[in-house]
Design a protein around this ligand. Sequence first.
Ligand code: KIV
Length: 296
Amino acid sequence: MTSSTTSAPTTGTPYGTLPSASPLPQRKPVSLPRLHEMRERGEKITMLTAYDATFAAVADAAGVECILVGDSLGMVCQGLSSTVGVTLETMRYHTESVVRGLQRVQATAWVIGDLPFGSYHESKEQALRSAAELMRGGAHMVKLEGGGWTAETVRFLVERGIPVCAHLGLTPQTVHALGGYRVQGRGDASALQLKRQALELQDAGAAMLVLEMVPALLSKEITEQLKTCHTIGIGAGKDTAGQVLVMHDMLGINLGKNPKFVRNFMDGQASVRDAMAAYVAAVKNGSFPDNELHAW
Ligand code: KIV
């Protein structure tokens, strides 16, 4: 065989392989104290979901502080009609993939693993076993949905050294009980209940609280009443401590109609990384979300 028929050595990395030797990190690892400092100085916290190594590494490179390995993966990766069917085993698999991707490029994001439906409902002990599974997979924090009964579980996990992000408002794991993907906290009684549950979760030690599809004014009030628990909004207006979107939504990979609270950040951008950087910039400069367009 002559040299002209031998294939030339490849110069790029195949299959989108992440580089194993990356530039030194541009920021210190994101930690709870650093997130707290951001809140203190009024800097918005940015969060995106990611479910695999590459997208997680790209999100980190774009400046996203927190990566949520959300059980929304059931819908965007597995094709389920809700998050109810997602298992703990699947969550661990995706958490490990995300963490591996971040480690490979010496990335610095804070990783939150979502506890799936049925993995923390039985008892505090079951919640601890499930949380330990995700922490062993590399998560820095776990997230669980709901208020009231969950406060005791949050306290149990936090006392055992597991940082917890709570989730109130539209809680997708209970979508059937809620009667669909609807705005929550409308009306005095419902708003009061959300405020009370948010305080209970802070008191139990939750360090973050996702507020999903909650009227902007109510989430502003909840944010103001919570000093050590940082609110992260999705369809909750601009006045939360931070924002989160499902990655597929903000990249416009949605054949249906996007929910009102989503902006397609891919519009006008040349790459996924640019789109994610545009999201980070828009959240930080307060131009996203716009209460007139993306909130109730
Ligand atoms: O699972 C998820 O992605 C979530 C976000 C919608 C906050 O919980």
